[in-house]
Design a protein around this ligand. Structure first.
Ligand code: PNW
Length: 460
């Protein structure tokens, strides 16, 4: 893999999200988000931690930007914490919150790194969840108002905007499986949360277009390569269902202006959608976007089995089992399948020929430890990234409009329900001291990109 295997104007970035890295949860008038609440629920987080301090990025962002400069990346995808802007999810934007992101964006520009801001990476103001959160249609309008204020205020320093990160996670994983905040068990009703998220995307898009006509706006979906465990009809139906729920239920409304009928049937939600999610909503949801962000981590191999008792993140398809193919997995149990990245990019390109695509997240949770000499060697992560960049190369070679790639993540961070027990960073974080130590994967990336990191001493 060489840098010039990909186009000269390729976007090379790293990514993070506010609640996973910022800390400083009480500063600048920040309100409470659903993750502040959820993290305090007994048993919700594997190691019982919260994001109260996380990577202290709120105070250390200058050092983190210097790291990116030395990596040689030219873009940074971060998210804006809604409760820093509107503590209760409504009303006038707080200056302190806007200022933080303005300073971050300016610091990035000075370092030659383009800021890419995600407006919603899951930290809904708790006050809105108290009014039923994404199950309430009004939340879509609250989100559009927030997006309007943020882009009006920061559109002079940020050109690239992502409305939502992974609406599958913030609907099915959160309102059905209950594994993410707000930890609810609405079963197939979680499809309504998905619809309100997508409606929020459409309305935010319109608001941003009028506030900042020059802005580039997209949405990020988590897509999976889905294959049946066998040729049997039941296993193939299982694959259709999971592809439907995780991929098509989001791709089709955004890119084609229609929900997949088979998925509405699997969910038993046809009637609710006909009454509450009609052509008007779909016209808003399918407003033209400037790019699609794709987060890719893994493949699902599906089989028909017995449903697990208890809440499922695949409501209506509870009997589908994910099969272990024996392929290598990361520490989070996700199968490593680089070719699947090409599959999901094709999936997107088929529906929207020519629409620019960006891999807005890709990376791996792998164990790593600080050696006695202070270095962190993570050859498996380097191999993971390299294999997925080769898949990017293949995608470009076959003519798919892939324009950039962001590594998840710049630094180890608070991995949601896993707390600090999983590390995705190419830079190690020693949490007690907040010391940053570039792993060998970071040095590999810097070499690939011609960054100056290699010349820097460990942990500086
Ligand atoms: C994504 N799942 O999360 C997020 O965008 C990141 O914030 C996160 O750190 C990263 O991937 C690694 O997990 C996901 O259960 C979390 O399928 C869970 C799932 C998918 C994506």
């Amino acid at each position: 893999m060489r840098r010039d295997d990909l186009p000269a104007d390729f976007v090379w970035g790293t990514a993070t999200a506010a609640y996973q890295v910022e800390g400083a949860v009480h500063e600048g008038g920040r309100g409470v988000s659903i993750w502040d609440t959820f993290a305090r629920r007994p048993g919700a987080i594997a190691d019982g931690t919260t994001g109260d301090v996380a990577d202290d990025h709120f105070h250390r962002y200058r050092d983190d930007v210097a790291l990116m400069r030395d990596l040689g990346v030219n873009a940074y995808r971060f998210s804006i914490a809604w409760p820093r802007i509107q503590p209760d999810g409504t009303g006038r934007a707080l200056t302190a919150g806007l200022d933080f992101y303005r300073h971050l964006a300016e610091t990035l520009h000075e370092a030659g790194v383009t800021p890419w801001a995600t407006l919603y990476h899951w930290d809904l103001p708790q006050a809105l969840e108290d009014r039923d959160g994404w199950m309430n249609r009004d939340t879509a309008d609250r989100f559009a108002d927030y997006a309007d204020q943020v882009t009006t205020a920061l559109g002079d320093v940020i050109d690239d905007w992502i409305t939502l990160n992974e609406p599958w996670c913030s609907s099915f994983l959160s309102y059905a499986g209950g594994l993410h905040a707000p930890g609810r068990h609405e079963g197939t009703g979680a499809a309504r949360a998905a619809h309100h998220l997508l409606l929020g995307h459409g309305r935010a898009l319109a608001a941003i277009r009028s506030a900042r006509p020059g802005a580039r706006v997209g949405i990020t979906l988590n897509l999976y390569s889905v294959v049946p465990a066998s040729d049997g009809e039941a296993d193939r139906d299982a694959a259709r269902r999971i592809d439907g729920l995780s991929n098509r239920f989001f791709l089709d409304p955004v890119l084609r202006g229609a929900y997949p009928e088979d998925v509405l049937d699997d969910l038993g939600q046809r009637e609710w959608f006909y009454e509450n999610a009609g052509a008007g909503d779909l016209a808003e949801i399918s407003r033209p976007i400037d790019f699609l962000g794709v987060n890719y981590y893994s493949r699902h191999t599906t089989a028909a089995g017995e449903p697990d008792p208890g809440p499922s993140s695949n409501p209506g398809s509870e009997f589908v089992r994910m099969v272990d193919t024996g392929a290598a997995r990361t520490q989070i149990g996700w199968e490593i399948h680089p070719d699947g990245l090409v599959d999901v990019l094709r999936m997107a390109a088929e529906r929207a020929p020519g629409l620019p695509l960006y891999v807005t997240e890709n990376g791996s949770a792998l164990p790593d430890e600080v050696a006695p000499d202070g270095t962190v060697d993570d050859p498996e992560r380097t191999a993971y990234l390299q294999a997925h960049l080769e898949a990017c190369h293949e995608a470009v070679a076959e003519g798919l409009p892939l324009r950039g790639y962001f590594v998840w993540s710049l630094i180890d961070n608070w991995e949601w329900a896993y707390g600090f027990s999983r590390r995705f960073g190419i830079v190690h974080v020693d949490y007690p001291t907040q010391r940053r130590i570039p792993k060998t994967s970071a040095r590999w990336l810097a070499r690939l990109l011609g960054g100056a990191l290699d010349a820097r001493s460990e942990g500086s």
